[in-house]
Design a protein around this ligand. Structure first.
Ligand code: FAD
Length: 482
């Protein structure tokens, strides 16, 4: 009995000494249930030696944020982030861990680059048979090589160099970096955020022709912007145009959904955070509903540019605006005549050169039900009115429009908000988005935030990850297949 009382007293004293951090769970509040918030929860559980209570607040009635699906006339399609690169190692690791099924993105669709009055370059759509697919792919590759020549290799070199540096971010045992600048400098990627991709590609030996056509076409599809975006964002965008791209069968949103379930975090849907206030003992997170939550630390995993969360005391962030991408889903048939073609020769993917007079960035076929009935996705910088759509489409049975605050409007040299917003324990995952915005970079940034948070709050008390890390996916310098 006396020994028991002694143990209680000793535990009480130790608690006092360590500010109770080891005796009760540190209360971590995460705002946002997209890839950033969900991966932060995962890395917290994976790295922390101490018990943690994790609460995730999400304003929507479902998780995933910009990873979402849309239902168009009975079929489900990716509405936001749709493709992953084979070297997106966190995503690969999460998909394996959660038992999700990857599916490959077809890379045999024909594409055309539209300048507003004609296709300046176009490849052919493959037929259904294996022979037709192979022959078309060979002929298309030859056509692309004929037009752009050695610039294609220079473009590939640019992407490979960037990827090689990016892969260094996956090394285990890296410290947490308190600024995005330091994180990027640690792998020699910072410079690429300071110059337009166009300038860097010219240095790599790319011709003006490929930059004005193929590279611009890719930038407009992936970031809704042009070759004035930074070298890093441009490189990430080029990665999203190569072969072997993949997605999760049934929807990419299942990655954050699975991670949140896996970490056993308390998820609060339809809970919009209106303010985060620093108090003597931590933070008070206030919800639109009037409820509040006391937290030891808060991780903001949403871009603050449009989410209007009041932070007290105020913090000053570098100015940033989000690029809105209007995503329009159409079931019907494209008006081939508008593009001066017949319906069997019009490319499955139509991209565009940079010309403000062209009202869309891209239109692509998502699914073919019959020769006269297809599902399409169009990206544009402004809403596509019915009147405009009726010019491009000869028939249209369903139309769905989504306005995304999609990614930052990139204006190199990029300036970054700090990871620690207030010098205390308010962290900002989306500070990284000025470098690039993607599923994978959200996870990379969340991992860094967790490293800083745990080393600052638990005094360097970071454990070896409990689960096998992505480093295990790299064997002999190359990345294992999915
Ligand atoms: C059309 C489009 C296409 C894209 N294509 C790709 C692609 O193919 N591949 C790729 O890798 N990336 C792509 N991206 C980028 C990618 O989607 C994002 O970079 C990534 O999903 C961002 O994740 P996040 O968690 O940082 O932010 P988000 O996904 O935006 O998550 C933030 C979450 O916070 C919630 N939230 C915001 N404010 C509050 C508040 N006050 N209270 C509570 N909750 C709040 C939001 O509802 C949201 O769920 C695309 C994006 C768009 C829009």
């Amino acid at each position: 009995m006396a020994a028991g009382r002694f143990v209680v007293i000793v535990r009480f004293l130790v608690c006092l000494l360590l500010a109770c951090r080891c005796c009760y769970g540190l209360q971590v509040c995460i705002v946002g249930s997209g890839m950033g918030g969900a991966s932060a929860a995962f890395f917290l559980r994976n790295y922390s030696t101490a018990p943690l209570d994790i609460d995730i607040f999400e304003q929507n009635d479902k998780v995933g944020g910009r990873m979402a699906v849309v239902e168009l006339a009975g079929d489900t399609f990716e509405a936001g982030a749709s493709i992953l690169h084979p070297k997106n190692l966190h995503a690969v690791n999460f998909v394996n861990l959660l038992g999700l099924k990857p599916r490959s993105d077809p890379d045999d669709e024909g594409f055309g680059i539209w300048n507003g009055s004609k296709f300046v370059f176009k490849t052919a759509n493959a037929g259904d048979s294996f022979i037709s697919k192979i022959t078309t792919q060979i002929l298309n590759t030859l056509a692309v090589m004929w037009r752009y020549g050695t610039s294609l290799w220079s473009m590939q070199n640019y992407v490979s160099d960037l990827l090689e540096k990016f892969l260094l971010l996956y090394q285990e045992g890296r410290p947490g970096f308190e600024t995005v600048e330091e994180l990027l400098k640690s792998v020699d990627l910072y410079e690429s955020t300071q110059y337009p991709v166009q300038e860097l590609l010219v240095k790599y030996g790319l011709s003006n022709l490929i930059i004005d056509e193929l590279v611009t076409f890719i930038m407009r599809i992936n970031y809704g912007q042009n070759v004035s975006i930074s070298g890093m964002a441009g490189g990430v965008s080029l990665c999203g145009s190569g072969g072997d791209l993949w997605a999760v069968e049934g929807g990419n949103w299942q990655i954050p959904e699975g991670l949140i379930r896996y970490t056993n975090a308390s998820l609060h849907l339809k809970s919009r955070v209106v303010s985060v206030t620093l108090e003597d003992s931590g933070y008070i997170v206030e919800l639109e509903s009037g409820g509040t939550k006391a937290c030891d630390t808060v991780i903001l995993a949403t871009s603050l540019d449009e989410s209007k969360i009041e932070i007290n005391p105020k913090v000053k962030l570098p100015q940033r605006s989000m690029q809105h991408t209007y995503t329009t889903f159409i079931r019907g048939l494209l008006n081939a005549e508008y593009f001066g073609m017949s319906s069997d020769t019009i490319p499955d993917l139509i991209g565009t050169v940079e010309d403000p007079a062209i009202p869309f960035s891209s239109i692509n076929v998502l699914k073919e039900y019959s020769v006269s009935d297809k599902a399409y996705k169009a990206f544009s910088r402004a809403p596509l009115s019915d009147e405009l759509l009726d010019k491009f489409f000869s028939t249209r049975s369903s139309t769905i429009r989504i306005d995304w605050a999609a990614y930052p409007h990139y204006t190199p040299p990029e300036k970054f908000a700090p990871y620690i917003l207030d010098g205390h324990h308010l962290y900002y995952v989306n500070a990284f988005e000025n470098a690039a915005s993607s599923i994978e970079t959200s996870a990379v940034s969340a991992q860094n935030v967790v490293r800083i948070l745990l080393s600052r709050l638990l005094h360097g008390n970071l454990e070896q990850p409990k689960l096998s890390s992505v480093a295990g996916l790299i064997k002999d310098g190359t990345v294992e297949d999915l």
